[in-house]
Design a protein around this ligand. Structure first.
Ligand code: SAM
Length: 257
């Protein structure tokens, strides 16, 4: 039974890292006139209320986006999504990754999402009525639809890592995705953990995809003793300019106390 719910963590520093770079990549891809596909294996509910009890209980958004939103100038694609979400849904609203994609993509683009948790899946369908939303295992969904039409595009894999086996099985899934979608940008988010549970997965991914961009930021744990001390993305076929964007963002994270 799945128990992870992203509302406890929405808008935390890991979301800031992941969502800022995702928004930048999607903005880059949509600068060209050609349509794209956006695929996401673990969508979450797309729209979060940072004033909800769950979000207030952990305080992660307060230490996250509430604290660092001035890092992003108003014309940054992530800042634009934050503003649009607040304009449409109220001052405490925060966009998850499927919402960010929906706001940046155009009518000619395709969005395909998976979410396994029944409540999160219902909320996702309600939040994004124009997207194709599967209530399915995201890894299996991706195997069944790749390569998507249009062929240009990006897939985000953002598991909750509740199933510890994910650290072992993800490199095998990704190897097949890369083969099936030979032009797709494939992005994996992962936590940096004091337990180092992510380390072997990363070593395998780097061996399999030596040209990929691995980018990590560190931050203080959300609570004393909390195991997550940073956020990483592993990007296969990174768009031109991503390394520079990521390096700039890292200088901000490095200044956090
Ligand atoms: N990507 C979202 C964002 O950034 O806004 C957050 C996603 S959250 C980290 C992970 C989500 O995956 C949760 O909503 C959880 O219910 C869902 N999930 C867990 N196992 C799954 C699976 N095997 N397939 C699809 N979704 C799954």
């Amino acid at each position: 039974m799945l128990s992870y719910q992203h509302i406890y963590h929405a808008g935390n520093l890991a979301d800031v890292h992941k969502h800022a770079l995702l928004a930048w990549m999607l903005d880059y891809l949509t600068a060209k006139d050609k349509p794209i596909s956006y695929v996401e294996t673990h969508g979450g509910r797309a729209l979060y209320d940072l004033g909800a009890d769950e979000a207030l209980k952990t305080g992660e958004a307060a230490q996250g986006i509430a604290r660092v939103k001035t890092w992003f100038p108003p014309d940054h694609p992530y800042a634009k999504c934050l503003s649009q979400t607040i304009d449409l849904h109220g001052t405490s609203a925060y966009p998850g990754s499927p919402m960010i994609a929906t706001q940046i993509l155009r009518d000619t683009d395709q969005i395909t999402l998976a979410e396994l948790h029944p409540g999160e899946h219902n909320a996702l369908e309600l939040a994004l009525p124009t997207a194709t939303v599967h209530r399915a295992d995201g890894f299996a969904m991706a195997h069944s639809i790749l390569p998507p039409t249009p062929r240009r595009g990006l897939m985000l894999i953002d598991p909750s890592f509740e199933v510890k086996d994910d650290y072992v099985t993800i490199p095998g899934h990704i190897k097949k995705y890369v083969r099936a979608w030979n032009v797709g940008i494939i992005v994996l988010w992962y936590p940096i953990l004091t337990s180092k549970a992510h380390a072997n997965m990363l070593a395998t991914l780097q061996k399999d995809h030596p040209e990929a961009l691995r980018h990590e930021v560190r931050f203080p744990p959300a609570r004393p003793g909390h195991g997550m001390i940073g956020s990483g993305i592993f990007v296969i076929r990174p768009p031109f300019g991503l390394a520079e964007q990521a390096a700039n963002l890292k200088t901000r994270f490095d200044q956090l106390k």
